[in-house]
Each structure stands twice: as structure tokens, then as C-alpha cells.
Design a protein around this ligand. Structure first.
Ligand SMILES: [Cu+2]
Length: 122
């Protein structure tokens, strides 16, 4: 009895996995359509730029290359926890900003690529 159960469990895994790859062999059931839509949404999401505003402390800044690293607090608009990360920025935005400055800033971007669109010392 136990053995039968185990075999059934083991077989269920590959069956579940192969079900995802069988799109062309059978008419798409509703569940597959839902999955495709989710996958498409996931692909579309990074393409649409989002904006957010945050506050933090400048860790390092390079006004000539337009690179700034900020130890920032949570940014609710884009669901970010507090973290330290690098951003790009138009070099002229970073003039007068130095490591150690407390700043308020706005960002725009998608995925892991966000650009600082405005920044001011607090
Ligand atoms: Cu971040």
C-alpha cells in the first residue's frame, strides 16, 4: 500500500511538469490560458517604467559619469524595501551632491534599472 502511494506521488511530479509543455498537443484548457496571461503580464511589467520617491543617504556619487549609490529607505510605490543600491542620473543632477548627504529623490525605471530623475539635499 505504502509503495503504491509513493509511486503515485513520484509519477505525479513529472506529469504536472509535462502538462505545462503540452500546449501544442491538445486544445488549451482554461488553466493554461490563465498561465499564459500571467506569463505575459510578468513580461510586460518590466517594460513599463514606474516612478517612486524615496529618502536616503548618499554612499557614493560620481557627477562626471552620472552614477550615485544611495542607502535608501523603503519605496512604497514600487514595493522596495530599504536597501543600498546604485542608480544612474544625468550628471548635472548630481552636482553639489556629496557622499554622506541626506537626500530626497525621485526615480523612474523598471526591473533593476532605475534612474534618478530629481534629487535634493534634505
Ligand atoms: Cu533600492
Amino acid at each position: 500500500m505504502k509503495k503504491t502511494l509513493m509511486i503515485a506521488t513520484l509519477m505525479a511530479v513529472p506529469l504536472t511538469l509535462s502538462a505545462c509543455g503540452k500546449k501544442t498537443e491538445q486544445p488549451a484548457p482554461v488553466a493554461t490560458q490563465a498561465m499564459d496571461k500571467q506569463a505575459m503580464d510578468a513580461m510586460a511589467a518590466p517594460a513599463a517604467p514606474k516612478t517612486g520617491s524615496g529618502e536616503g543617504k548618499v554612499v557614493s556619487v560620481n557627477a562626471s559619469t552620472g552614477a550615485i549609490t544611495i542607502e535608501h529607505g523603503p519605496i512604497q510605490q514600487i514595493d522596495w524595501p530599504a536597501m543600498t543600491m546604485g542608480f544612474t542620473a544625468k550628471p548635472e543632477l548630481l552636482k553639489g551632491i556629496a557622499a554622506g548627504d541626506k537626500v530626497a529623490f525621485e526615480i523612474k525605471g523598471s526591473g533593476e534599472n532605475y534612474e534618478v530623475t530629481s534629487i535634493r539635499k534634505e
